[in-house]
Design a binder for this molecule. Sequence first.
Ligand SMILES: [Fe+2]
Length: 247
Amino acid sequence: MAFNLFKRKYTPRPIFATLGVDMHCHLIPKVDDGSKCTEESIECLNTLSAVGYKKVIITPHFQYPRFPNKEDDIVNRYNELKKQAQDAGVEIEIAGIGGEYRIDSGFAQRLEKPQFLRVAGKYVLVEYSLHQQMMGSDELIFDLQMKGYEVILAHPERYPYLNVQGMRMEQLKNQGVFFQINVLSLGGFYGEEAKRKAYEMLDLGWVEFMGTDTHNTMYAQALSDLSRDRKIEKVLEKHTFMNSTLL
Ligand SMILES: [Fe+2]
């Protein structure tokens, strides 16, 4: 049948079962640069399930002024998606809502009146700008920690101005910031530099969490392709991560 032409060429393998929980993705429809509709979210959730994940925590962007999301609204939309996914028979458990908070010019204000949606009710997932560093961003993470929050820095391998051998990254690690690498970085999805840094951090034992950072079906397809890679499976087996402690 013609329909079969559009089916995936390969069956995904459940190599991410050892992680169990995906704790970084953008699958609430139409709230950021992630999924564009419920159908796309459901397709991505099914792929996460097919590559081995049992649970997922969704983490929409909170970024000033690009994504002016409000926590209450996000929680409502999360509950809506959860119901729609259940109705559609999605197997992966939609197990929590967090946020990916950009350390930007609006972040100091967030710190004054904290309403953070935390990963597993515990960790604030933060990200830096992907292009240029903002003065004082490390200090804002420190301020967040001083307020008693546990902090996870999303995809440290992706910031071109942060080097694994540099003082800044080591300082963040020394002050107890958890690092989360994107699984797709291991296959070169974000380029050779991010890939190299990801492996360097793994070898240093600096990586506590792995996330998919799935935004849409293109990412889901890349994950599905990556699940065929035995080398990636070995990397996941070789290192110990904290994903399974989340839920
Ligand atoms: Fe993200």
